[in-house]
Design a protein. Structure first.
Length: 90
């Protein structure tokens, strides 16, 4: 029986999600790609259920962090952009 290493699956998932994330500009595929990369690293070091746990934990924290940054950017943009009522129509 041919033994297929799990880290190849994680690396393929990371590559595909990274490409999708960069092409579409969506943060979720990029978060999944980061999680898959760390799951691949975990798979090389320790095989087993720990690679799935690593994937879900890293993806979740990356998603939360990405959303927090996006929220702060939107808030800062709202504070710095001029109001529509104050603009001149010349």
């Amino acid at each position: 029986m041919i033994e297929f290493q799990h880290y190849w699956i994680w690396l393929i998932v990371a590559f595909l999600c990274g490409v999708i994330g960069f092409v579409t500009g969506m943060p979720l595929p990029l978060c999944i790609a980061v999680g898959a990369l760390l799951a691949a690293l975990t798979s090389v070091l320790i095989q087993g259920v720990l690679e799935l746990v690593t994937f879900f934990i890293v993806t979740t924290f990356t998603w939360i962090f990405t959303n927090a940054i996006a929220r702060k950017r939107r808030k800062a943009q709202e504070l710095t952009s001029p109001d529509c009522d104050e603009q001149d129509d010349n």
